[in-house]
Design a protein around this ligand. Structure first.
Ligand SMILES: [Mg+2]
Length: 256
């Protein structure tokens, strides 16, 4: 929770800082979780707040997401932001092209796709999303019972398949994702932190992939978990709706 006392403490750190680094997850943090990933285009409020945050020269704003680079580029590519796609496989600095940080190899995908297709056939409403460096099986639109049952079954199957490989399973919020272990939000967050060399760091995220980021940044950062559940973050906000309000109040008060 961020009570009055905690808020005051964070606010003081913000005021005293000269160079800030903000890591913002996208889905479930800046925007609510939607039934289909393609429906979550940023609304006006989010565009406005990101534009304002980026216009303050003290702020270095990073959108750090598991989404693919084409979608993030289309939605946010014109803003003065650092954008991280696919949990750190790709990065884009303001006004620059995307850079790949992971090697591409598609061989590993075949077996995983077969297993996911198997689950999709049995679990109505679920679907597969193929990204460059990961595969995701979404079951947000399946019935609770079916999604629960088949997701656990898929996890067991995948766990056997990835044994002794460089792959990792992410058991997220109504999503199971398989990706290279070399790629994670923690590694990329640390790299950006070393590059920017800020005197204030804050990171916000709602899912398990954000825990990599919280752990990597550690006590150097004000880590804020969105929603309930166990977390390595020191602070939490109960709902996604609070995020934009919190950011506005904390960082844009002086600008408005
Ligand atoms: Mg998220």
């Amino acid at each position: 929770m961020i009570g009055t006392e905690e808020y005051h403490k964070i606010s003081e750190l913000v005021k005293r800082s000269g160079k800030r680094l903000l890591f913002l997850d996208y889905d479930g943090t800046l925007m609510p979780l939607m039934k289909f990933p393609s429906l979550s285009a940023p609304n006006e409020d989010v565009i406005r707040i990101l534009t304002s945050l980026a216009s303050d020269k003290k702020n270095n704003v990073v959108i750090i997401s598991g989404r693919d680079s084409a979608t993030l580029g289309k939605w946010l590519g014109n803003l003065d932001l650092i954008i991280v796609a696919e949990h750190g496989a790709l990065i884009k600095y303001p006004g620059k092209q995307w850079q790949e940080l992971a090697e591409e190899t598609d061989e590993w995908k075949k077996e995983i796709i077969t297993a996911m297709e198997n689950s999709s056939r049995k679990c109505g409403g679920s679907f597969i999303e193929e990204k460059r460096f990961s595969l995701a099986w979404h079951y947000r639109n399946a019935s609770y019972e079916s999604g629960n049952f088949h997701s656990r079954e898929l996890i067991r199957t995948l766990s056997k398949m990835i044994h002794n490989t460089p792959l990792q399973i992410l058991d997220g919020n109504k999503i199971i994702e398989v990706r290279f272990t070399k790629v994670n939000k923690g590694a990329i967050a640390k790299m950006i932190m070393n590059k920017v060399n800020p005197d204030f760091i804050m990171a916000l995220g709602d899912d398990r992939t954000d825990e990599d980021m919280f752990s990597a940044l550690g006590r150097d950062s004000i880590n804020i978990k969105i929603g309930p559940g166990e977390t390595a973050a020191g602070y939490s906000l109960i709902t996604q709706e609070e995020v934009v309000r919190f950011l506005k109040e904390l960082l844009l008060k002086e600008l408005n």
